[in-house]
Ligand binder design. Structure first.
Ligand code: DOR
Ligand code: ZN
Ligand code: ZN
Length: 354
């Protein structure tokens, strides 16, 4: 039996408020616990999106009533909310700027809007961006003008990881995350997955892009799932929304890579706990750990997952390593496939005390 620190997932879509048929704070945080994740940061592209005090309250009310693990909520940038979100910054996981098209209405098309947020958002509170290809190069440049640290979400392509490497070599304040699906899948998997199910942003890339991520592992600060649940009916429908659920499959995939000596255990702990905590200035969770049976070999099957998405792009994959028990703040929260804490057990780690 192996004991790991509680994992921290910087990139999770909870779908509440607005689309709880895909996921709510309870189903999403059960999936987190089942994956050994004890702290999730929730993205703001809900309905309504989290862009001001009122929508933040709506999301945090749901989280306070339902969450089973600890959490914080991102704010989303719009062309006209820079002052409003800067005011709310201490209560947020961070600010998310969507700079390319993806799921939901949040997108900052105009680079002058990025500049306004870079000028206003506090440097010591995380700023995360969805920026692909040339957009990624552009936002690194603009962030450097303001000397503002920037965290690059779900890096997926060779040119991106090489730009980040070059930016770091120059001393620029950039950090990045990579998802399990961009490490373990490529566009070659699209036919088997089916076109609709394979939809995800950033899209699955070429095998050479995927290899470049593995070849530049030292440039990757964090692993984050981008857990983006949509139902199977939606994925198989005429307008399939992009996104994969990932919370329950990430650690088993990483541990399998450890057993194959493609990663070390320390690579995983650094990127799925240590660096997320440091970069996002998250408090440590006392008496919090995950017990893993590293010898257990099992087959990923959607029917056993707790996410409401009820499907996985890794269906049928044989993996090695199973989460047996999760202890959060001294309480046994998950054991042998069952959640043992009540809704509302989770704490907002950005709660302003007093
Ligand atoms: O595939 C994706 N799905 N990429 C995103 O950036 C958003 C996410 C979602 O919210 O479904
Ligand atoms: Zn994104
Ligand atoms: Zn996302």
């Amino acid at each position: 039996m192996l004991r790991l620190p509680g994992l921290i997932d910087l990139h999770v879509h909870m779908r509440e408020p607005g689309a709880i048929h895909k996921e709510d704070w309870q189903s999403g945080t059960s999936a987190a616990l089942a994956g050994g994740v004890t702290l999730v940061l929730a993205m703001p592209n809900t309905q309504p999106p989290v862009t001001d005090a009122q929508s933040l309250r709506l999301a945090l009310d749901a989280a306070r009533q339902k969450a089973l693990c600890d959490y914080a909520q991102y704010l989303g940038a719009t062309p006209d909310n820079a002052d409003v979100v800067a005011e709310l910054a201490p209560r947020a996981a961070g600010l998310k700027m969507y700079l390319d098209h993806t799921y939901g209405p949040l997108r900052l098309a105009n680079m002058t809007d990025w500049m306004v947020h870079l000028a206003r958002w506090p440097r010591e509170i995380p700023l995360a961006v969805h920026a692909e290809g040339r957009t990624l190069a552009a936002v690194i440049l603009l962030a450097s003008f303001y000397d503002h640290p920037v965290h690059l979400c779900h890096v997926s392509r060779r040119e991106e990881i090489l730009i980040i490497r070059a930016a770091k070599e120059r001393g620029l304040k950039v950090t990045c995350e990579v998802t399990p699906h961009h490490l373990f899948l490529s566009e070659e998997d699209i036919p088997a997955l089916g076109q609709g199910r394979a939809e995800v942003r950033p899209a699955l890339a070429s095998p050479a892009d995927r290899q470049a991520l593995w070849d530049n592992l030292e440039v990757i600060d964090c692993f984050a799932t981008d857990h983006a649940p949509h139902t199977l009916a939606e994925k198989n429908g005429p307008t399939p929304p992009p996104g994969f659920p990932g919370l329950e499959t990430a650690l088993p995939l990483f541990l399998t890579a450890v057993s194959e000596e493609r990663l070390t255990l320390d690579d995983v702990v650094q990127r799925y706990h240590v660096n997320p905590q440091r970069i996002f200035r998250l408090p440590s969770q006392p008496e919090t750990w995950v017990e893993v049976d590293t010898e257990a070999t099992w087959e990923i099957q959607a029917t056993t997952l707790l996410t409401r998405a009820a499907w996985t792009p890794f269906e049928g994959w044989r993996v090695r390593g199973r989460v047996v028990r999760v202890v959060v703040r001294g309480t046994e929260a998950f054991r042998d496939g069952k959640v043992l804490v009540p809704p509302g057990f989770g704490r907002n780690v950005r709660e302003v005390s007093g």
